[in-house]
Design a protein around this ligand. Sequence first.
Ligand code: H2U
Ligand code: ZN
Length: 357
Amino acid sequence: MYDSPHRRFNPLTREWILVSPHRAKRPWQGQVEKTAPPYLPEYDPTCYLCPGNERAGGINNPQYSGTFVFDNDFAALLPDVEGSTLKVEREPDIKPSNIQPSMLFRAEPESGVCKVICFSPRHDLSLPQLSLDEAEGVINTWTNETAALFKRPEIAYVQVFENKGAVMGCSNPHPHSQIWSQSQIPTEPAKELASQKDYFAANGRPLLLDYLAEEQKRGERILASNEHFTALVPFWAVWPFETIVIAHRAAPSLPALTQPERRALAEIFQSVTIRYDNLFEISFPYSMGFHQAPNDGLEHPEWVLHAHFYPPLLRSATVRKFMVGYEMLGMPQRDITPETAAARLRELPEIHYSKAR
Ligand code: H2U
Ligand code: ZN
C-alpha cells in the first residue's frame, strides 16, 4: 500500500496527511548545487547575542560562559495584560459546535513572557557542534526556565523552541532558542492534549508510549535510541526529514525529568542534529520545539514529553519543500515516504562532517 498514493493519520493532532510516493521519481529541474557554508567567527562584534555586546534598548550582554537567558526585547507577549483570564477558568477552546453568533468577532486579552536563550558564548557553534556537557547545559537551562515559569499562576503553557537557519526566519546565526509562555494553551498543544487525554481514557495507557512500543517493534522509522529517549521519523511526518524525540516514560514536562534523563535527551538531540548536518553537509535548518503538559495544577498521566523537529529541506542545501497551494488549501502532502527519509538519515555517520574531514 505504501508504494501508491495514500493518506496517513496523525493520532496526536487527529489530522490526515497525503503521501504520494510515486511522485518522488518525477523529473526535477531545480538547482542541486552544494553551497559553501558561510564563514562564522567565534565572536562577532556586530552580533546582539555575543558576550559583552549591546542589544536593542542599549542593554549590554554579560561576559557569559555557558548558556545565557534574557527577556526578549521585542516580546510577542507581555506580562499582566489587563483582563486576561486566570488559568483556573481556562478550558482548551476547540469546540466548533459551540460557536454562537456572538462569537463571530471574538477577541481576548492574552498575557505571557518571552525569553531568548543563547546556547553558548561561541557565535559559530550550533547544538550538534557543542560538547555533550554543553548540550546538557542547554537542556538544563530550558528545564530551569520552564520550572520558573510553571511557578507563575498566570502561565498556562510554556513553549520552548528553536528556529535555526535564515530559511526558518532565524534572524541571527548565533545559536539560540526561545521560550514563549502564555495564559492560554496554544493551538497545537491543545490538540495534542485532547487526543492524549481521550486515548488515555479509552485505553488506560499514554498514546505516545503505545506508539513508541510499536515503532520499536517495527524498527523501520527509528533513527537513534538510548536508555531514556528515542528519535524517529513519525509515521505521519509532513516535512521530508521531520523527526520526533519521545521520552520512554510518561514524564509530562522538562522539569519532570531526572538528571540522567536530561543527559540522555542531550545525547539524542546531538545524534539527530549531527545526522541532519551530515545529510547535505551544511548547518541544517529547522524549527524544533518541545510539547509538554500544560501548567494547570493537574496531573497529566496521559502526557509524554516529546520534541518535534520540522526541517524544510528536501533534496539539497537549497531545494526545500514548500507548504503551498494544496497544503494551504487542502491538506499537508509529501512525496518521499517517512520510511525512505528514516533510512537515509540512519545510514549517515554519527560524527559531525566538520570533524570527520
Ligand atoms: P529568532 O530566533 O527568530 O532569530 O529570533 C531572535 C529573537 O531575539 C527575536 O524574537 C529577539 C527578537 O525579538 N531580539 C532581542 O530580544 N533583542 C535584540 O537586541 C535583537 C533581537
Ligand atoms: Zn554572536
